[in-house]
Design a protein around this ligand. Structure first.
Ligand SMILES: [Fe+2]
Length: 183
């Protein structure tokens, strides 16, 4: 006997005379619907689990792509810094020192890693405008004339002009060159 069905046995002196089965069709139908719904839910759960797995996989892939882009950006920054240093070997290493000192000050002020990296990159690139100054002036052994000195002073403005054209640098790093111009 189940919830859906009632069986009544009619006996006389221990002899089975008849057996009546009363079926509850409505209950049977409800149970069938419940089973169907449970199967649908199970399927939906499996689909959700699959979608979550795909999302996790995609997120992991995006992390890798992001790391690669970040590495490519940092390599570009280093190349720009090396080119700037090659233009002015007299001050080679200056950009790195400025970057590390600025980042150390930022760390002391409690800036987060993202902001510290921005400061470090700005330090690496803050003199990139020197690329526009003639080598003869950059490495002139004697005293600079007034016009040569003004040209040297313009390197921060020139650097800002270059950096602001770049999507990657315009917001975070060109600000540094602006502050150089103002100071
Ligand atoms: Fe500098």
């Amino acid at each position: 006997m189940t919830d859906e069905q009632l069986i009544v046995q009619i006996e006389k002196t221990e002899k089975l005379l008849a057996e009546l089965a009363i079926a509850n069709k409505e209950l049977a139908f409800q149970n069938q619907e419940k089973e169907k719904r449970a199967a649908e839910l199970l399927l939906a759960n499996k689909e959700l689990a699959f979608q979550n797995e795909e999302k996790t996989k995609r997120a992991a892939e995006l992390v890798i792509v992001n790391e690669r882009l970040h590495d490519a950006l940092m390599n570009t920054v280093r190349i720009a810094m090396i080119l700037s240093e090659m233009r002015d070997p007299y001050t080679a290493g200056h950009e790195r020192r400025v970057a590390e000192i600025a980042a150390a000050i930022g760390a002391e002020l409690g800036f987060d890693n993202n902001r510290l990296e921005g400061i470090r990159v700005a330090g690496y690139l803050h003199d990139v405008g020197k690329i526009r100054i003639p080598v003869e002036i950059l490495s002139k052994p004697g005293k600079l004339t007034d016009s040569e000195f003004r040209l040297i002073q313009d390197h921060a403005k020139l650097g800002y002009g270059h950096l602001r054209k770049s999507e990657n640098f315009s917001h975070r790093f060109s600000v540094c060159a602006v502050s150089c111009v103002k100071s």
